[in-house]
Design a protein around this ligand. Structure first.
Ligand code: C2E
Ligand code: CA
Ligand code: CA
Length: 794
């Protein structure tokens, strides 16, 4: 480094000057020596130099005279001057040396210097120097040190010279310059150089670091620029709007695209947070404010909320508002910015999906899933407010027949119309839902008593009095309604729905077209029914032969009362409960499938009975066995009948099958197939309870039926009501036209008989002639072969 460099040159100058100076002194000293020597020779002639000591004393005497010119030159020189006579024998230690080291000349002379002026390592190198001198080799100017009285090192630059005597080196003169200052300066310089070097290194690495940082900065600036570019492109491409709110200064800005999204131009919509928030739907405002607050309170990492926003033309769009805030060191928000996306389409799709999941597509009414959800909510409300609620469970009567007769699209239209008429009856807080098929539910929350439910049920029944006009046809439909209330009839959804169902079935059982409240009694009935089912199951499994018997009711010709047939009717005599009427246990048996056991039992018993009577010699008549509608559809039935016939060895001509109208309705082709199977083996079929189901005269035409049984409900009125009389008349004529016979059921009076006789009804069955009888009692009605043969003989 330049400073350093110059410093060294400067120091070198000093040493060069001092070097010249010492050479000068050496010349003076030599001169002095020779002058004195000459003087001595001159004064002491013939005095030889025999011993060293003598010589030394002579040499010492050389400096004895303190005031001599030579001495004063030596003493006043600004140099350390040490004069040696022979190796190690110091004969001069000048004033300057005394001052510098604080040693006295007297202490140093001779070998006094040893161990004081020089330490051991220095002395060793000095002795080598002396040796060289003795050999005439002058030690080159060099730097060593001497010690002062306190042992402190003093740096000295030595320049040595030698004086010869008799061509031999004899006096050594060492002239030293105190170079401590230079050394110090040098050291300091070195130190500062080192410091400088360290600093330089630091500077260099700082510079490198700076370079690196700059590069980094440049890179991140580039990627920032790229990112900005990308964001700008993405935003331009994405149709999203941008909003930005510098909270501290309350500077709010909206991008043009955001304004366009809501149908505004740039000038239409002010860049003010208030004018933006004003557009949020009142129902969504609180949600929005809450979400914003949560984010600004650092409770959420993003603002992310869907709100409806009013467009310029006043319609609402679904907007997804996103944002992120920046916070200062005190965690208070400085700025928040974000985007807006129009998600109206997506919301619409979501709504469609929601509607599909929760609404019935035919009637647009809430479906069972949604009803359950609403019920859950309403029940919670009722529990919290200790209020009551009512549920009306409606099932259309005979809807299935309408559907089967007129087709499903007709049925669907009817359901839509029914829904419309129900909807017209609802008050604001009531909800109508469709549970499926022809089942509906109306929920009435917060009722005080049963009055509103009763009133509504009555209105529903009444509104159905008028026919619905579907495809130009007038259709009548009725409904059976079951009503439950919370908390009286159940405290959870499940029990309420179950009891509503029970109440509705009760209404059906009461002849349909009415409403029933669920009640304690009804519940008791259910419990009884369940118990009866258990008893029935047990009896059929274990004590069939013991508890069940078959009674036979005669069927006679209307004109001459001749026995033409018997109807087999099951009887259950329970050891504790006594006779249980079929009307009580047959529906349970049908519901539970136990009817299969019963029908088989009656079939086999009746067949066996005829064989038995034949064996006893009676003239037998055909027996009609009732087959339940759900058994009729079973493929196995036909096989079963054939097996029983062959088991019992009864000819099929003696067996008639009674099926109800409802058994034939479901699948007309299947029904025809089954009936033709029966026909193929010679079985005759009676259509039971005709006129109670949904009249299907169309069906009747195509069914291979032998006999039509007019239901007791017609017969009851036949004697005094013209309408029933006319219907019976038409039915009989129709049956005859279709080559069917007619049996009237439940004939109890002479008047009824007379009417039926007049209408040419073929057969009569009823208490007027005989109640169903046990086999032994019936035998008296059967004529005996031998009587017949006796008659023939007579
Ligand atoms: P259903 O097939 O219509 O049988 C005729 C019912 O009318 C019998 O009742 C009979 O006792 C009753 N009855 C006949 N004449 C008169 C009358 O003049 N006045 C009155 N009041 N009633 C009369 P029951 O035996 O109580 O049977 C009731 C129903 O139970 C039967 O109606 C039938 O549907 C069913 N049922 C009876 N036995 C069986 C069976 O073995 N299998 C099946 N599947 N059902 C059966
Ligand atoms: Ca019957
Ligand atoms: Ca009947």
């Amino acid at each position: 480094m330049p400073n350093n460099y110059f410093a060294i040159i400067y120091l070198m100058n000093i040493s060069i000057n001092k070097y010249i100076y010492t050479i000068l002194i050496a010349i003076i000293l030599s001169l002095m020596y020779y002058i004195i020597k000459f003087k001595n020779i001159f004064m002491h002639t013939n005095t030889g130099y025999n011993s060293n000591i003598k010589e030394t004393s002579e040499e010492i005497s050389l400096f004895d005279d303190k005031n001599s010119l030579a001495n004063s030159i030596l003493d006043n020189a600004n140099l350390i001057i040490l004069v040696w006579k022979g190796a190690g024998n110091l004969i001069k230690f000048n004033n300057y040396a005394e001052k510098l080291t604080n040693f006295k000349e007297s202490e140093m002379l001779g070998s006094g210097w040893d161990g004081r002026l020089v330490d051991k390592p220095l002395k060793a190198s000095m002795m080598l120097g002396f040796k060289d001198l003795a050999n005439g080799i002058i030690v080159e100017p060099h730097e060593t040190y001497v010690l002062d009285r306190l042992g402190k090192k003093i740096s000295v630059f030595w320049n040595n010279s030698v004086i010869y005597e008799d061509n031999k080196p004899s006096i050594f003169i060492a002239m030293g310059t105190d170079i401590s200052a230079r050394k110090n300066a040098e050291e300091k310089l070195l130190k500062s150089y080192n410091t400088l070097e360290i600093l330089n290194e630091k500077l260099y690495s700082a510079q490198e670091e700076l370079k690196r940082r700059y590069k980094q900065l440049e890179e991140s600036q580039n990627s920032l620029r790229e990112m900005e570019e990308r964001t700008r492109l993405a935003l331009e491409g994405s149709k999203d709007g941008i909003w930005d709110w510098k909270i501290k200064d309350n500077i709010f800005s909206l991008s043009l695209r955001l304004k366009i999204m809501l149908g505004f131009t740039d000038k239409d919509l002010e860049d003010k947070i208030s004018s933006w928030i004003k557009l949020i739907h009142p129902e969504d405002l609180q949600l929005f404010q809450h979400a914003m607050k949560n984010h600004l309170d650092r409770k959420t990492s993003f603002l992310n909320i869907n709100v409806r926003m009013k467009t310029k033309v006043g319609i609402y769009k679904w907007i997804l508002v996103r944002g992120k805030a920046i916070f200062d060191d005190n965690s208070s928000p400085v700025r928040i910015a974000g985007s807006t996306t129009d998600i109206t389409k997506r919301k619409k799709n979501e709504e469609t999906i929601y509607n599909l999941a929760y609404y019935d597509t035919l009637t647009n009414l809430p479906n069972r899933t949604l009803l359950n959800k609403m019920l859950e909510k309403e029940l919670t409300n009722s529990i919290l407010n200790s209020s009551k609620l009512a549920m009306l469970y409606m099932d259309l009567d005979n809807f299935k027949s309408i559907n089967d007769t007129f087709g499903h699209s007709f049925g669907d239209k009817l359901l839509i119309e029914v829904t419309r008429s129900f909807n017209n009856l609802l008050e604001y807080n009531m909800t109508l839902s469709r549970l499926g098929g022809d089942e509906f539910m109306i929920l009435i929350p917060k009722i005080n008593n049963n009055l509103s439910a009763t009133r509504l049920a009555n209105k529903i029944l009444k509104t159905l009095y008028r026919p619905f006009n579907i495809n130009g046809n007038s259709v009548f439909v009725t409904a059976s309604i079951g009503i439950v209330t919370y908390p009286d009839d159940g405290t959870n959804i499940q029990s309420l729905l179950m009891n509503a169902d029970t109440a509705m079935y009760h209404a059906k059982a009461q002849g349909k077209n009415n409403f029933q409240f669920f009640s304690k009694e009804l519940n008791d009935q259910i419990v009884k029914k369940t118990e009866l089912e258990k008893t029935l199951r047990f009896a059929l499994l274990n004590k069939k032969e013991k508890e069940f018997t078959v009674y036979y009711q005669p069927q006679v010709r209307a004109d001459n009362s001749e026995l033409i047939g018997l109807e087999a009717l099951v009887r259950w005599n329970h050891p504790k409960l006594g006779f249980i009427p079929p009307s009580q246990f047959i529906p349970i048996a049908e519901e539970t499938g136990l009817i299969k056991e019963i029908d088989e039992y009656v079939l086999r018993t009746a067949c066996n009975q005829l064989i038995e009577w034949q064996r006893k010699g009676y003239n037998i008549v055909p027996v009609s066995v009732n087959i339940s509608a759900n058994q009729f559809k079973h493929k196995s039935l036909f096989e079963k009948i054939r097996n029983i016939l062959s088991e019992t060895n009864l000819s099929p001509q003696w067996l008639h099958i009674e099926i109800t109208e409802s058994a034939t309705i479901d699948d007309i082709n299947q029904t025809i197939k089954i009936l033709n199977n029966f026909k193929s083996i010679g079985l005759k079929v009676h259509l039971d309870d005709f006129g109670t189901g949904y009249s299907s005269l169309n069906h009747l035409k195509s069914l291979p039926i032998n006999t039509l049984k007019i239901d007791k409900s017609f017969v009851d009125q036949i004697a005094y009501r013209e309408q029933e009389k006319a219907i019976a008349h038409t039915l009989i004529q129709l049956a005859h036209n279709l080559n069917m016979e007619v049996i009237a059921e439940g004939v109890e009076t002479q008047e009824q008989l007379a009417v039926l006789q007049a209408q040419h009804c073929d057969g009569i069955q009823g208490y007027f002639f005989s109640k169903p009888l046990p086999p032994d009692q019936l035998e008296s009605l059967l004529s005996l072969h031998f009587l017949e043969s006796e008659k023939n003989i007579v």
